[in-house]
Design a protein around this ligand. Structure first.
Ligand code: CA
Length: 335
């Protein structure tokens, strides 16, 4: 198959071929609303970052692939649920096995919802803005009294890792590796801080302006999530690779990039190696990328391609969604 052939040539050859205009690789037709990303090499991570988890940056090679132009929307996820009857993690009662000591009355399905503290609060405890809300799920993002009517084009949220995998299987696609995701997010720019260059701008992505978590000045036009594609695309014509919602990747999380299993199409550490010193009690975690509408200059500030965060696979929230990739080897040669 073609994908195997690509892997059999040298990294330099992959990069050189992929970046040649009108090369055979660019003749692949990606499915609707996916973008062809020509393979190449890039520097994953950022050694000058203030965040230790982005360091141990290294050169890696990524083969060509197709990636969703937009985050998966409520309308797309509804189509999947309609076709399969799938029930998301947030819609299932908490299991006796996983939470043996939880009283039955606290086993109702639900999810974590962001709620800003009162504006006159002087200080709030770390992460106290996340509230467990029974009945919160992708169809009811803020609890039973909320819904997604009129929000068909908004990114789906409250998606746990296995929910994203289930959707991907149904769609015949897969979650991106962290390397695929970051390579695509960089938009063919080299060593730039943001997806668009080196200067932050509220006009370029749905992030938080103001002092998190107290007030959002809404300079970018949105307090919460925005319809996908509301902000300018990056150099690969991809939307919301920065902000709006965090996006799941298939990589397990470990601190920095030294643990990459290999440098050609790296897939990250093993599940057993996955650990985040910030969350020692949470076990193996997956990498999420891109930041969200809740990332502000004073908190998070992870609205950069190199930025990464760890997330428990069973925990979706109001600011985590996903997009998918398709291997070139799965596609027919375009005309
Ligand atoms: Ca995003």
């Amino acid at each position: 198959m073609f994908a195997i052939a690509v892997l059999s040539i040298t990294p330099v050859a992959i990069a050189a071929t992929a970046k040649t205009a009108n090369s055979p690789l660019t003749q692949f037709s990606c499915p609707e609303n996916m973008v062809f990303i020509p393979g190449g090499s890039f520097h994953i991570g950022w050694d000058n970052s203030g965040f230790v988890e982005e360091r141990s940056a290294q050169d890696v090679v990524v083969s060509s692939f197709c990636i969703d132009k937009y985050e998966i929307t409520n309308a797309q996820f509804a189509e999947f649920v309609k076709a399969t009857g799938y029930v998301t993690v947030a819609e299932r009662p908490l299991s006796q096995v996983q939470f043996p000591y939880l009283p039955n009355e606290q086993r109702a399905p639900g999810s974590l919802v962001f709620q800003p503290p009162a504006q006159n609060s002087k200080q709030v405890a770390y992460l106290s803005w996340w509230h467990w809300v029974p009945g919160a799920n992708w169809q009811h993002p803020f609890g039973p009294n909320s819904d997604i009517k009129g929000k068909e084009k908004y990114p789906v949220v409250h998606i746990a890792y296995e929910d994203a995998i289930a959707y991907a299987k149904w769609a015949g696609k897969s979650l991106p590796t962290e390397a695929q995701w970051e390579y695509a997010a960089r938009g063919n720019l080299v060593n730039k801080i943001y997806s668009w260059g080196d200067q932050y701008s509220a006009k370029n992505a749905n992030t938080w302006q103001g002092i998190f978590p107290f007030f959002n000045t809404k300079t970018d036009g949105y307090i919460g999530t925005a319809p996908v594609g509301s902000f300018p695309a990056n150099g690969y014509e991809l939307y919301d690779m920065t902000g709006n919602v965090w996006e799941w990747t298939s990589d397990w999380y470990s601190l920095g990039h030294a643990n990459k299993a290999h440098t050609i199409n790296p897939t990250g550490p093993t599940q057993n190696q996955s650990f985040d010193p910030k969350k020692p009690q949470e076990g193996a975690l997956h990498v999420i990328k891109g930041g969200s509408y809740l990332c502000a200059k004073n908190y998070c500030s992870r609205y950069r391609p190199a930025a990464r965060e760890s997330q428990a696979p069973d925990t979706g929230t109001t600011h985590i969604g996903f997009r998918l990739v398709k291997k070139i080897g799965d596609l027919e040669l375009g005309r």
